[in-house]
Design a protein. Structure first.
Ligand code: BGC
Length: 249
């Protein structure tokens, strides 16, 4: 079934129709820059444009960069604070006329990666999927089952939030070499290992395609592998989650 998956990001809002049985896109991927002031109504306007561009009328899955519970958004580290406590699903439903399901963006990307990417062959035990981009997103799976809203990007790692220490944005802002960034990111991975003892880390997000540049600087006892679906995972997983949600209800 083709479902519209949307990935709300700090710099772009991306969407495409996804064949949820294969995880493949069945339309163009539309990308519109995130509004400068990304308040809920401004973002909803962008989502409407994507819906119209793709002539779409079915259910929508939306990955959001913050905590999502029962259709409402509860945190907003890298998006406008007006999203805190907001009924996001109701807004998008009203704006587009389409049934809408919201979930955390890293949870969405993790779902896709576990089903159609590297996680396919590695789903046993505890898997910690991380998206490293503007922030650090995290999705925790045990035997393939997701525990949502893990939010490890904000964990304190030696006196600094993990994502302020080692997101891709932090690498660029502090002009870190791959070696320097790798050292910071390894500290983060070792802290996560100490607390959650994963069997595997999967690295997604902006840095996953540049894994070769920093893999030699990763220093951690747990196996680390790059994700395979790169920047499509968020869209694909959002569509898959919406399909599963509306099938149940
Ligand atoms: C947010 C997470 C999100 C991650 C990646 C963090 O700042 O708190 O919810 O998954 O950024 O976008």
């Amino acid at each position: 079934m083709a479902i519209l998956g949307i990935d709300i990001g700090g710099s772009g809002i991306k969407g495409a129709l996804v064949d949820t049985s294969s995880g493949k896109l069945v339309s163009d991927r539309v990308r519109i820059p995130t509004p400068e002031t990304p308040k809920p109504k401004a973002v909803a306007g962008v989502i409407l444009k994507i819906v119209e561009k793709l002539h779409y009328e079915g259910p929508i899955g939306c990955g959001f960069p913050g905590v999502v519970k029962h259709g409402k958004t509860y945190s907003a580290a890298n998006i406008h604070k007006d999203w805190i406590g907001y009924d996001a699903e109701a807004l998008i439903r009203k704006t587009t006329g389409c049934d809408t399901f919201f979930l955390n963006d890293a949870d969405a990307a993790g779902i896709a990666e576990m089903q159609f990417g590297i996680g396919k062959k590695n789903s046993k035990g505890a898997v910690l999927f991380l998206t490293v981009g503007t922030g650090i997103g995290s999705a925790f799976f045990y035997d393939g089952i997701l525990i949502p809203n893990f939010e490890l990007g904000h964990l304190d790692v030696k006196g600094k939030e993990a994502e302020h220490r080692a997101s891709d944005a932090a690498r660029q802002d502090h002009k870190l070499s791959w070696k320097e960034w790798g050292k910071q990111f390894s500290l983060v991975l070792r802290t996560y290992d100490k607390l959650f003892s994963p069997d595997l880390f999967i690295l997604g997000g902006g840095v996953s395609s540049r894994y070769e540049k920093f893999k030699e600087y990763i220093n951690c006892d747990v196996k680390v592998v790059p994700a395979e679906l790169e920047n499509l995972a968020g869209i694909v997983g959002a569509a898959m989650a919406a399909e599963a949600h509306f099938k149940k209800s």
